[in-house]
Design a protein around this ligand. Structure first.
Ligand code: GAL
Length: 665
């Protein structure tokens, strides 16, 4: 289906605060209190009905909309706009009982039974038929309701079921492969089935990559990842078709999970199908630096959205409940975490959920109204956030300015993280995160974009472990450098083509000429093994037998398996510069190299960065977020929208606080 010709206005004004609202858990008198409290907290929108199927259609073809009508009416009276879910996220028990064939199956052949949520196979025609019928009912009944501003298809498609291996999915996979390859000979060539006796004589013989005795064919795996992303997208399109037919004036989206922890869907392919990009982000306390990961995810979401503002649909006011230990947010963190999303392009700040459940699987997940009720520090902090977002409403629509681009690609991610590689310590997103953080800590801003993005506006492009790379992307990078761009390529990049076939003649195949280097063999390091470079820095994970054929050697190993071998090279190309980093530098050495690269490339950044200080510019607005433990002073002239202070040259931001400056220059 072609992308929608219509361009939609952002459905909410200012920077609206919102939340998932699951009123079916509460008595109607609570709904009235809810709306009053929402007004008090300045809630601008709610997402309604995400998990309401079992109550909206209690038995097959019999609907109970009365309670939903009442809720929508109350919200409308209260001036709260609605992002209306199609209510199809989780099938009701009557449906899974009547049609157990809709249940998903994992790679080991185990059925994922009902009893939690979202137990359905994306390729199931039976599920689709029932879901689309409900979508039609919802659209006919509520499509012209004055509170409803947009459609929210399903919920986090692929959150629990990214890949289904059932027989229905197997048949859909074969149809998809037939469309991709046309003839089985083409599949055999692409998958390299001459090896290990895997040659297929017809598409009928192909299965999903179910549990196998040893490594399954990597291109088979890669294609199954492509197919699985596409199967979910196809399901999204099916709901969207119903909605567009019945309510052509309402924008349609679904909430994505753009982050470096979940590789399920290729969101660069998804975004053009959404009328606006909506994103859910939860801090993961298991990570060493959860907020650096948040900043990366935000910048990637903006990349997915093609630079346009996006909706933060869900986040948490405090703790989640799905990690082994779920830390609460400290006072002040809610504001800073929310402003971080806005600084990086979000035009809404949404949360899961309005009122903390008293029963059910998410009863210990934070909410806007906690178990303690509105007389609580958390609710007061939420209301203060609502006020702050009102104050900065004029920021909405402003573009984020970035001098640096980081190239990432889901296909490369899928291929890189497969097994049977030189080192399981090389993970696609690790280098992207590390380089993003290094650049961010200097007070620069990076767009995280697809390799096919227009690079011409960037001063520095980082290519972090872009394992799989097309010829077109390699050519575009070379043209960018020749035209004056600065690029850093890190190890295990450009190794294979889009079929996951090694580019022969020496690594890193796609970038060998551009970088002026050639590697004959990889020499990965064992876990815990480190090497030292002649500039004093240390590194681990990776080394390789690198020859600098036409490049200046900036640093060499002094020990490890390859003493004297180049680790970091630099080559002047046309009007630009191409760097190659063949190892995993430690944090300090990464920071030092980022400092040098950003200076040489003329990247806009802070002269005096300090720990915990983030600075991002959105058009004429400067966000200064200080989560460090020292006050920070940043050059700025204008008005701080949060404090109202007029700034005559600099803004001082106390530790743990923020400023959003409407600048005059
Ligand atoms: C999201 C989901 C919400 C809620 C939330 C909890 O993945 O969309 O329904 O479960 O996580 O963090």
């Amino acid at each position: 289906m072609p992308a929608r010709p219509k361009a939609f206005e952002f459905p909410f004004s200012g920077v609206a605060m919102g939340c998932d609202y699951n009123p079916e858990q509460w008595d109607p008198d609570v709904w009235r209190e809810d709306v009053a409290l929402m007004r008090e907290a300045r809630v601008g929108f709610v997402t309604l009905g995400v998990f309401s199927w079992a109550l909206l259609e209690p038995t097959e073809d019999e609907y109970d909309f009365a309670w939903f009508d009442e809720v929508l009416g109350l919200l409308h009276e209260g001036g709260i706009a609605v992002d209306l879910a199609t209510a199809t996220a989780s099938p009701p028990p009557w449906l899974t009982k009547a049609h157990p064939e809709i249940l998903p199956v994992d790679a080991e052949g185990r059925t994922l039974w009902p009893g939690s949520r979202q137990s359905w196979c994306p390729s199931s025609p039976v599920f689709r038929e029932h879901a689309l019928q409900l979508v039609g009912e919802m659209a006919r009944r509520y499509g012209s309701h004055p509170a409803v501003r947009m459609w929210h298809v399903s919920n986090e498609l692929g959150c629990h079921i990214v890949r289904c291996y059932c027989d229905e999915s197997a048949a859909a996979f074969r149809r998809w492969l037939t469309g991709r390859y046309g003839a089985i000979a083409n599949l055999n060539e692409a998958w390299g089935t001459a090896f290990w006796s895997q040659r297929y004589s017809s598409f009928d013989e192909v299965l999903p990559p179910r549990l196998t005795p040893s490594f399954s064919n990597p291109t088979h795996e890669l294609d199954f990842s492509r197919f699985s992303s596409e199967a979910l997208l196809d399901y999204y399109r099916a709901e969207r078709t119903v909605l567009r037919t019945l309510t052509p004036d309402l924008p349609v989206t679904t909430n994505l999970m753009v982050n470096p922890r979940q590789s399920g869907q290729d969101y660069f392919r998804w975004a053009p199908e959404l009328d606006l990009v909506a994103q859910d982000h939860y801090l993961d306390a298991r990570l060493p630096r959860p907020r650096a990961e948040q900043a990366f995810s935000d910048d990637l979401t903006r990349g997915v959205a093609g630079g346009k503002p996006w909706m933060l649909m869900e986040s948490a006011t405090s703790a989640v409940n799905w990690q082994p230990v779920n830390p609460a947010k400290k006072p002040g963190e809610l504001l800073l975490d929310s402003l971080r999303h806005v600084a990086r392009g979000a035009d809404t700040v949404g949360f899961f959920q309005w009122r903390a459940s008293k029963a059910g699987a998410e009863k210990y997940h934070s909410a806007l109204v906690p178990h303690a009720g509105p007389d609580s520090a958390r609710f007061r902090e939420v209301a203060a956030l609502g006020d702050a977002l009102l104050k900065i409403g004029e920021v909405a629509g402003s573009p984020v300015e970035a001098d640096v681009a980081l190239l990432v690609d889901w296909e490369s991610w899928w291929a890189c993280d497969l097994g049977s590689h030189p080192s399981c310590q090389v993970r696609a997103m690790d280098a992207a995160l590390r380089w993003h953080r290094a650049v961010t800590e200097l007070g620069a801003t990076a767009d995280v974009v697809h390799p096919s993005a227009d690079l011409s506006g960037y001063r520095l492009v980082v290519v972090p472990t872009l394992y799989l790379c097309t010829d077109a992307a390699a050519e575009a990078l070379e043209a960018y450098v020749r035209g004056g761009g600065h690029v850093l390529v890190t190890y295990f990049s450009g190794i294979v083509d889009e079929r996951d076939h090694v580019r022969l003649g020496g690594y890193p195949g796609a970038f060998r000429e551009l970088l002026g280097v050639r590697t004959e063999e990889f020499a990965p390091l064992r876990a815990g093994e480190t090497v030292t470079l002649d500039d004093g820095s240390t590194a681990d994970v990776w080394t390789e037998v690198l020859e600098a054929r036409d490049a200046e050697v900036i640093a060499r190993y002094t020990d490890g398996p390859l003493p004297g071998t180049p680790a970091l090279t630099r080559r002047a190309v046309g009007d630009g510069v191409a760097w190659y980093l063949a190892t995993w530098l430690d944090d300090d050495a990464t920071a030092a190299l980022a400092e040098r690269l950003t200076r040489e490339a003329g990247v806009s950044r802070l002269d005096a960065p300090q720990p915990g200080l983030e600075v991002v510019r959105r058009g004429r607005y400067l966000f200064v977020l200080n989560r460090g433990d020292q006050a920070a002073t940043v050059p700025a002239r204008g008005t701080d929208l949060l404090s109202g202070d007029v700034l005559d040259g600099e803004v001082e931001v106390a530790a743990g606080t923020a400023a959003v400056v409407r600048t005059e220059d």
